[in-house]
Write a protein that binds this ligand. Structure first.
Ligand code: HEC
Ligand code: HEC
Ligand code: HEC
Ligand code: HEC
Ligand code: HEC
Length: 219
């Protein structure tokens, strides 16, 4: 019987099949890296806001507490962005002529709020609640990074499921005393302990559970 394919075709086919499998795996792998990259998770994106508000100047330089502006973060699921009135508590007297503050004064006059762009946007099908995290002893800095050093805030964590789960599995790696939640610079070493020691103590003291059930976040 005449051979339709030359003998070396077998080898060629094998090479092609293996190549296709490896190629598909490669594309899958690249896609996996890509969806976790800052481009997709929007982590560390810089955003241009209507007013160049600096956390570094206000929170660090002037030492204003996070709660002065984000007043609902301890009691509510969502933290709030402050209203223009909060800014005007100071800026009706300070920097009254500065061009940078035009949109703030305009908003105060018209009563129309400043359209701040929202940076953190969790997937709709995942449930998050600030208050429980804050009351159980998790600091703003553990999830948001050193906001007090940021000229323009950016999203520090990926907000992906594995990011949440890392802490839900091992809360002892991040927990701190409740009265240190708003202290951006807190380190366990300040109390003469390692995070491991302090973490174990506080998890016990505050009765922190490790919540890994799907229904915790997908309801
Ligand atoms: C003087 C008021 C003020 C203080 C104090 C302040 N913030 Fe803000 N914060 C704002 C404003 C206004 C925005 C929205 C504009 C922006 O993104 O810069 C914001 C945005 C944020 C965002 C991003 C929200 C989003 O998803 O769009 C985070 C996170 C945040 N602040 C955390 C903190 C933390 C942590 C502290 C304390 C260290 C703090 N802020 C102190 C006014 C304040
Ligand atoms: C507790 C008082 C206080 C509050 C509240 C406050 N500011 Fe300021 N702000 C200041 C002071 C003081 C300066 C000058 C800071 C400096 O020179 O370091 C300033 C400076 C600024 C500047 C000039 C650029 C810079 O950061 O130095 C902008 C813009 C600004 N503030 C916007 C806002 C907005 C928007 C809000 C409301 C979300 C706000 N501020 C709330 C006190 C305040
Ligand atoms: C356990 C992690 C975690 C901690 C601790 C935490 N945050 Fe958040 N924060 C988030 C997540 C996740 C979002 C996005 C929520 C969403 O999109 O529904 C967010 C969003 C925000 C926003 C935007 C408004 C909103 O609710 O969508 C502000 C402002 C904010 N956080 C401030 C703070 C401050 C101030 C603290 C410290 C008291 C703090 N956060 C502590 C995880 C955390
Ligand atoms: C830095 C640590 C940490 C991170 C990051 C974190 N969590 Fe949590 N979360 C906790 C702890 C601790 C608890 C409370 C456990 C307990 O009740 O004892 C909790 C509780 C919860 C609850 C239960 C609320 C309730 O009312 O029962 C939800 C929902 C939740 N987290 C969602 C999330 C989601 C979604 C993310 C990611 C976007 C996230 N968490 C990131 C530590 C964390
Ligand atoms: C601590 C909170 C938390 C828990 C517990 C949790 N998830 Fe998620 N999950 C999230 C968040 C936040 C997202 C959205 C971000 C993302 O896509 O990773 C998500 C996304 C998903 C997605 C979308 C696909 C993906 O990976 O993007 C699926 C499917 C999912 N979760 C299934 C589950 C299942 C099944 C469980 C239980 C074994 C579970 N989750 C437990 C927070 C959680």
């Amino acid at each position: 019987m005449a051979q339709i394919f030359p003998r070396y075709a077998n080898t060629l086919f094998r090479v092609a099949i293996v190549g296709a499998i490896l190629g598909a795996a490669g594309i899958g792998y690249a896609a996996m890296i890509l969806v976790r990259s800052p481009y997709f998770t929007r982590a560390e994106d810089a955003v241009t806001q209507p007013v160049q508000f600096s956390h570094s100047h206000h929170a660090n330089g002037l030492g204003i507490d996070c709660r002065y502006c984000h007043s609902s973060v301890e009691d509510a699921a969502h933290s709030n962005i402050p209203s223009t009135k909060t800014c005007m508590n100071c800026h009706s007297q300070m920097w009254v002529g500065a061009k940078m503050l035009d949109p703030v004064r305009e908003s105060f006059k018209t009563g129309e709020s400043i359209s701040w762009k929202k940076l953190h946007r969790l997937a709709d099908f995942a449930y998050f609640d600030h208050s429980i995290h804050v009351t159980k002893g998790f600091g703003c800095a553990s999830c948001h990074g050193r906001v007090d050093h940021m000229q323009a805030v950016y999203q520090k964590g990926t907000l992906l499921m594995e990011w949440c789960l890392d802490c839900h599995r091992y809360p002892e790696k991040y927990i701190r005393p409740r009265d240190q939640v708003f202290n951006m610079a807190f380190k366990a070493e300040d109390l003469g302990k390692t995070q491991e020691q302090l973490g174990r103590e506080l998890v016990e003291k505050y009765g922190v559970r490790s919540l890994k059930e799907c229904s915790t976040c997908h309801r």
